[in-house]
Design a protein. Structure first.
Length: 124
């Protein structure tokens, strides 16, 4: 299963600039340090929206093969997000499902991710 993760950062939450890139690099380093995810995280390019030309934003691609890796990704993303301010959000794409998740508030990030990953896995 391939999971694509983008980062939105900055006051406008759109993340087109340096802040989003720095957060994406930080997240990539964070995930690569997780034993369950070593060798499974790469930089990916996301196609631009249909109404735009040029290269799309960067994202991370994570390839998961088992429940241990899925749980590790959910746990790692939750911890990483909670350490960020309210201006940082992640966009997670699993198959055709996309979820935008912020790390502040009472949202259970790990539960949301587990649900998205489980649903995508059922469609395989």
């Amino acid at each position: 299963m391939r999971v694509t993760i983008g980062v939105h950062a900055g006051e406008d939450g759109r993340g087109a600039g340096d802040a989003a890139w720095e957060e994406l690099v930080s997240l990539g380093d964070w995930l690569r340090d997780e034993p369950e995810l070593r060798g499974r995280v790469d930089l990916a390019h996301v196609p631009p929206p249909p109404d735009r030309m040029g290269a799309g934003p960067h994202a991370l691609a994570v390839v998961l093969e088992d429940e241990r890796q899925r749980a590790g990704l959910a746990r790692s993303l939750e911890i990483w997000l909670r350490q960020r301010g309210p201006d940082v959000k992640i966009m997670v794409r699993v198959g055709d499902r996309v979820a935008e998740i912020a790390g502040h508030g009472d949202v259970d990030v790990a539960a949301l991710l587990r649900e998205a990953l489980r649903a995508a896995g059922e469609r395989r």
